[in-house]
Unconditional design. Sequence first.
Length: 292
Amino acid sequence: MKRWNVKYPNRFNLDSKEDYLKWRDEKLAAYPKDVGGLAVELGNMAAITPAERSKILETVERANMCVYTAGAAELEMSSLLALGKQLGVANTDKSSRHTQSDELTDSGILNRAIPFSTRHVNWHTDATYYGSDKTIQALFLLCKRPAVEGGSNKVLDNEVLYIHLRDKDPDALDILMNKNCFKYKNPATGEISEHLGGKVFWINTDGHLCHRFSFRKMDMAWSEDGDITAARKVLESLISDESEHVIEGRLESGMGLISNNVLHTREKLVDSDDAAKKRLLFRARFYDRVNA
Ligand SMILES: [Fe+2]
């Protein structure tokens, strides 16, 4: 393990360069080059061995995510939750949402919300709509059936995005880390919640970087303050430019993603007309994180 959190506790402090510069070089050197560098093979995701657990934690430390194979486990939600528990994450937001909303398939639920369709989903982290005090820090996926065609994901570690932003425009990063940049807007009613939303990047109590962002504006009312608008533009153009650190891969049946809610897309897909053969991924989101 690199133990960067202990070695460079000030790496996310904009007033301190020393930790940042050392960590930056180590982080970029250790960052996986492709999806193969993210892969961890498991014998049974519901009962992992100490060696498998170490490999997961080490990969998540390098990239804030890993891609795993389920092994002998059933491709069901229960296996995904069991995997989370073994990695110290168990606090899901399931009770607060639609019961089917963690089965990603072309069901058209939630007013045909985009995750439940075959359309392209632009860069985002999951669940931008919680308040700053309680946000989703981990996102896990497990693929039961892939699409007939397409449906891959692009992923980018939030910490790498932080590095790009800090190197390019530290003033913009400062604004995104310290100002309340947006409020949650109810997409059905347009009503704005004063207490939901907040910062775009922040540090949690354990010294880890948290991030949330979405190109979708239907549920995010961004502040119209000039400095926040300018910072948002810098961030959006960096994400759109898709640096060489963006990794793309498709989850096939029996594969999944463990992540600390990294930025991701979903490419558009062609699905089966047969309901029993439609693309189906299980999703779990947690208030806690891997490598806390
Ligand atoms: Fe997502």
